[in-house]
Design a protein around this ligand. Structure first.
Ligand code: DAH
Length: 353
């Protein structure tokens, strides 16, 4: 083979390999330049017809060109792979600076707070406007805070009013998931005593737990808001007025509230408060079990035994307390027939608020 021949073969292969635009085309060009039917392979086969010296020289040059072309194919392959990877990454890129235009929030599907959170805040605002502060307490309580300090010593029958989840932390039945927000009253009274900050006018919202089977009016994990006033010369009329003011402010003046005598160990006297069922407007329906009324919670004058338990002088101080369900308020405010809808995370339900 003449030198110009080999030079032309080499140049053609260098051009084809160096400019192959994709991996597939590079593989085709490499097979054309280096494969069994390539001019290079053909030239190799013809070496046999040369005399020994010329064969040696031509063989060396063929090997050089083959090595050069193989290296070139390899390099071009790496270039193409890198470019393909970069293009892939570019296509996958997330633009985190993207701005959701305020003009079309619904179309952009922006989320919002759950109706229970919205209601909790609205209730807090209503009470803050009446001069209460907002406080919180733990969801895991000792038996003492959830029951004992609330005038329910161990084995007191009133404990049966709450189906309780116990935590297994060693000592049996010593730690509970709070069944109501009333234990936060005890924490607040202890704090006020320790810091000399009586009187107390506070509301305490939060999550509670009961070993109940959920139904149209009950959830096993639900929310309450507790109220506590400890002051000098507080009367039942102050309590009734507070409840009346709250129900009118929150549900509107066409919804009636009533207090009915009841029993709670931590208040004396005690009452249950109910509002007109907003689903049937008092006529009776499945949600209110045909009574026309929905129970929101309980209330009463703080029992002196509770003051004794924390060490507040019940000769000097009186108080009233109340506690009611936030989820029930959501249900009545929005006429939701079944409370379980609040926890099902159905987007068609959530979108309505
Ligand atoms: N903790 C009671 C319950 O969950 C409700 C309650 C009743 C709270 C009377 C009070 C109260 O503060 O005084 O059933």
């Amino acid at each position: 083979m003449t030198t110009p021949d080999l030079a032309a073969i080499r140049q053609e292969a260098v051009d084809a390999l160096g400019s192959a635009p994709t991996g597939a085309e590079l593989r085709a060009a490499a097979s054309a330049a280096l494969g069994k039917r390539s001019p290079l392979a053909e030239a190799h086969r013809q070496l046999g017809s040369l005399d020994p010296d010329a064969r040696k020289e031509a063989g060396r040059r063929l090997a050089e060109v083959r090595a050069e072309l193989e290296a070139l194919a390899e390099r071009r392959g790496q270039e193409l792979a890198a470019a393909e990877r970069a293009a892939e990454l570019d296509a996958d890129r997330l633009d985190l600076t993207e701005v959701i235009p305020d003009a079309v929030p619904d179309r952009m599907g922006r989320g919002h707070h759950h109706p229970v959170s919205v209601t909790r805040r609205a209730l807090e605002d209503t009470f803050v406007a009446m001069g209460f502060v907002v406080a919180e307490g733990p969801e895991i309580e000792t038996d003492w805070y959830n029951f004992g300090a609330l005038n329910m010593p161990p084995a007191h029958p009133a404990r049966g009013m709450w189906d309780t989840f116990y935590l297994d932390l060693g000592e049996p039945e010593s730690t509970v998931l709070r069944t109501h927000t009333s234990p936060v009253q005890i924490h607040l009274m202890e704090q006020a005593l320790a810091t000399g900050s009586l009187p107390i006018h506070a509301v305490m919202p939060g999550r509670c737990y009961r070993r109940d089977t959920p139904d149209a009016r009950h959830l096993a994990v639900f929310h309450q808001i507790e109220g506590l006033v400890v002051d000098r010369s507080v009367t039942f009329a102050d309590l009734a007025g507070t409840i009346e003011t709250f129900t009118t402010a929150y549900f509107g003046s066409d919804i009636h509230a009533r207090l009915r005598p009841a029993y709670f160990p931590f208040t004396e006297p005690s009452a249950e408060f109910e509002i007109t069922c907003t689903l049937c407007r008092g006529a009776g329906c499945r949600t209110c079990s045909q009574t026309g009324w929905i129970e929101l919670g309980g209330c009463g004058m703080v029992d002196p035994a509770v003051f004794d338990a924390v060490g507040i002088d019940s000769e000097e101080w009186q108080g009233f307390a109340f506690g009611f369900g936030i989820d029930r308020c959501v249900q009545m405010r929005h006429q939701i027939a079944d409370m379980r809808l609040l926890t099902e995370n159905d987007i068609r339900f959530a979108r309505q608020f």
